[in-house]
Write a protein of this length. Structure first.
Length: 134
């Protein structure tokens, strides 16, 4: 089986709007979440770049909470990348990078004085994940 190694990662985008402190305490917030994953392949160097972006907003006409977040991971593959392996590698990279995203959003939200938002496990077949390969 092919293996990939995370060489570097970075948070590339953070937008965070928190007005929840203005609302009545304990009213609870219902969040809508959209996720997108993108993987770019560099066949010559056996490298790939994985990007996961998340957009969360309160289901409300004037949301008191909004989060836009993007994380990027740079990977090297231990075997030459072929067209046939792209899908498998896409899933592998996303599953590897996703926990870093979960942790970053949990610490961002807990540091903001609201209950930490813990993203659900990544399901690469879920309809709410949009996959883009390049």
């Amino acid at each position: 089986a092919m293996n990939i190694t995370l060489v570097n990662r970075a948070i590339s985008k953070v937008y965070f709007k928190n007005m929840t402190y203005l609302s009545k305490p304990n009213t609870g917030i219902s969040l809508e979440s959209k996720q997108e994953t993108r993987v770019e392949f560099n066949f010559e160097n056996n490298r790939l770049i994985c990007t996961i972006s998340v957009h969360m907003t309160e289901e409300n006409s004037e949301p008191s909470l909004e989060i836009d977040f993007e994380i990027v991971g740079f990977y090297v593959c231990d075997e030459p990348i072929e067209e046939a392996n792209k899908n498998e590698l896409h899933v592998m990279a996303c599953q590897n990078l996703y926990p870093y995203l979960v942790e970053a959003i949990a610490s961002l939200t807990s540091g903001a004085g609201i209950s930490p938002i813990i993203l659900p496990p990544l399901s690469m077949v879920a309809g709410d994940i949009t996959k883009v390969d390049e």
